[in-house]
Design a protein around this ligand. Structure first.
Ligand code: 13P
Ligand code: SF4
Length: 357
């Protein structure tokens, strides 16, 4: 079957990658006092934390201690509607906050930093994307969760990495041709696994794009018993060495369930917090982002996820600033593609949650 990598005219914009923010160090006493203040604020405001595995471990721990959610983007999307909390505080990146708001327009959705975006989202502006869809009206439009509300509003389906394969397989079996955006690596992987006819947008994740197949192959030789875990936003030359390819939840499950003692992990190293929690005796090694002496923009840690910290979380709960807003008309359109995914997940018992959570 066909995968057409297309060149857009004009090409998607170059995405400017911010520096990693540097947060002032906190003593153990300062950190514990700050956490207690945040817990009191959450309780007083009937608010709950919804955190991604890539954010700082302190935030993930706090989300768990306060009865919130730490998850992949599929479960983060589902979770907001399952809680009675009136405020969702999304510790992650902008598209996660927008998805929570679209699905729960009656709730207040806050984020520590509204500037926490994503290179995939930034690299797929709604006007260019809409023109791309207009040029291919015969195709079913499937977009990755890592997109703006306006892009989701133009889509038939939204998918996350945890559910992309079964949904594309389902559409392919129905004889549908796909227009896929924005991550070309995930799109290519899904095409190879399903044989579907997919037309790809040219976006990529700046974090996963930096993993290098040749360096991974060398590292694998040094650790012959290590299992290699790869997120499918990584390039094909990295995916070829994977023992497990999957969403963040799937990679965490692999560490907990496989018998190996060592793992080479090709995704954001924020995920190590949860992996260590579930498998404290296993050795985790970051996949190489480049050859010897080379530099990289993200070094296996998303600069936008790093904009979330205890300090700005407290601030946002005090001020109520950084409320996520979505234009209501856009939200009404966008919810259709998201809900279609959630309904498919429920009907096929596909979950982004870890077992027992
Ligand atoms: P998951 O849905 O696998 O958690 O991935 C989200 C993401 O942004 C990966 O870079
Ligand atoms: Fe986006 Fe990549 Fe960051 Fe995930 S890791 S939020 S895909 S830039």
């Amino acid at each position: 079957m066909i995968t057409q990598a297309i060149q857009l005219h004009p090409a998607p914009p170059h995405v400017k990658v911010p520096q990693h923010p540097v947060w002032p160090a906190l003593s153990a006493d300062e950190k514990s006092a700050l956490k207690e203040r945040i817990k009191a604020l959450l309780k007083a405001q009937n608010a709950v934390l919804v955190a991604h595995y890539y954010v700082d471990g302190d935030l993930q721990a706090l989300a768990e201690e306060t009865g919130g959610c730490v998850a992949d983007s599929l479960e983060m999307a589902r979770y907001g509607s399952s809680t009675d909390a009136e405020t969702l505080v999304v510790c992650g990146v902008r598209f996660m906050g927008e998805t929570a708001k679209i699905l729960n327009p009656e709730k207040r959705v806050l984020m520590p930093d509204l500037g926490a975006t994503c290179s995939l989202d930034e690299g797929c502006p709604a006007d260019l994307f809409s023109a791309f869809c207009d040029a291919h009206p015969d195709r079913t439009v499937v977009v990755y969760a890592n997109t703006s509300a306006a892009v989701k509003a133009r889509a038939d389906w939204m998918v996350t990495s945890g559910i992309a394969l079964p949904i594309i397989r389902h559409l392919h079996e129905r004889g549908e041709k796909i227009l896929w955006a924005p991550d070309r690596h995930l799109g290519h992987y899904v095409q190879q696994q399903t044989g579907a006819d997919i037309l790809l947008w040219e976006g990529s994740c700046v974090v996963h794009e930096e993993f290098k197949g040749f360096a991974l192959e060398r590292l694998k030789r040094l650790h012959p018993n290590a299992a290699v875990l790869v997120h499918p936003e990584s390039p094909e030359d990295v995916l070829q060495y994977a023992d497990v390819v999957g969403s963040t939840t799937a990679l965490i499950k692999a560490v907990a369930q496989l018998p190996n003692e060592e793992f080479i992990v090709a995704t954001d190293d924020g995920i190590f917090w949860k992996m260590h929690q579930l498998a404290p005796n296993k050795k985790l090694i970051s996949a190489p982002t480049a050859g010897a002496g080379a530099t990289c923009e993200s070094c296996a840690h998303c600069p936008w996820m790093a904009m979330n910290a205890l300090q700005n979380l407290e601030q946002v709960l005090i001020t109520g600033d950084n409320a996520v807003t979505v234009d209501p008309a856009t939200g009404v359109q966008a919810v259709k593609s998201i809900q279609r995914m959630l309904d498919f997940a429920a009907a096929n018992r596909i979950s982004g949650a870890l077992p027992g959570r």
